[in-house]
Design a protein around this ligand. Structure first.
Ligand SMILES: Nc1ncnc2c1ncn2[C@@H]1O[C@H](COP(=O)(O)OP(=O)(O)O)[C@@H](O)[C@H]1O
Ligand SMILES: [Mg+2]
Length: 264
């Protein structure tokens, strides 16, 4: 379970460039909940995930994960609980190492870091079996250098590596945005399967409103650092892209209304 209480995050506080990226976020995400996150550019989506992951500390508020207060924990310490996948397929893997060397690294998540690990013979069948699940034929290429893989193959491997040791929290920041539509759909199905199989507590940022509706058990919309929509269950299933667009324009309209108040 993730609990965010009164989270505020400024960038460039006190300067002319001041941005109030998270404006008093309160959010409770239950064990196994799969939350899709939408909002316009600059709404604070990545900042929200970065705050949970500990990429930086919030200016105020508290964060607990499974009842453990991690507010002051640095990113590397939270990495025991949290796996992340980003838009850029290059970020999740080591390009100069082989597929099985990458997997050997992933399986050590949360353990003490020693020298670069060798691939243990006893782990090899497990790696092959995991790769087979992807349906991309990578199980026959375990000795290939990851840098040779396509973006989609690499992102599939990244998803696998992020979840080989079950994380308490899975954070996906537009992880299919850089892929062609067909590959994006494959990675999305893979995501759905992995999240369901392991009952992972997940936040997935997407720009695709259809995906935001079709995937996950809950949907939140951010605008100017605030949560302006939070729906789940039946209500979420009834949502349409039109509803979301209407909500979106309403939020923009409020902005205009505020401006006109100011000008008036
Ligand atoms: N590291 C940073 N330094 C300065 N400003 C930042 C930083 N990260 C995000 N911001 C600003 O915070 C706001 C929210 O950004 P972000 O969370 O990346 O938006 P989103 O992911 O919803 O597009 C934006 O105005 C952005 O410019
Ligand atoms: Mg972002």
């Amino acid at each position: 379970m993730i609990s965010l209480k009164n989270i505020k995050k400024y960038f460039h506080k006190g300067s002319v460039n001041e941005v109030f990226a998270l404006n008093d976020i309160n959010l409770e995400i239950g064990e196994g909940e799969f939350v899709t996150v939408i909002g316009s550019n600059g709404a604070g989506k990545s900042t929200l995930l970065n705050c949970i992951a500990g990429s930086f500390l919030p200016d105020s508020g508290s964060i607990t994960i499974n009842n453990c207060d991690v507010t002051a924990w640095p990113e590397y310490k939270r990495a025991k609980f949290i796996s992340r996948v980003f838009q850029d397929p290059l970020l999740g893997t080591c390009p100069s190492a082989t597929i099985q060397q990458n997997m050997a690294l992933a399986i050590r998540r949360g353990m003490s870091r020693g020298l670069a690990p060798g691939v243990k013979t006893k782990d090899k069948p497990f790696f092959r079996e995991q790769l087979k699940h992807l349906g991309l034929g990578l199980e026959d290429r375990v000795m290939d250098i990851v840098g040779l893989l396509s973006g989609g193959q690499r992102q599939a491997l990244t998803m696998l590596m992020a979840t080989m040791v079950r994380p308490e929290v899975l954070l996906l920041d537009e992880h299919i945005a850089a892929l062609d539509p067909k590959t994006a759909n494959q990675i999305l199905s893979l995501t759905r399967d992995i999240v369901a199989e392991q009952n992972l507590t997940t936040l997935m940022i997407t720009h695709n409103m259809k995906h935001a509706i079709a995937f996950g058990s809950r949907l939140i919309m951010l605008h100017q650092g605030r949560i302006i929509l939070d729906v789940r269950g039946e209500e979420k299933m009834q949502l349409t892209v039109k509803d979301l667009l209407a909500q979106f324009y309403r939020s923009q309209g409020e902005e205009l209304a505020n401006d006109s108040l100011l000008l008036g």
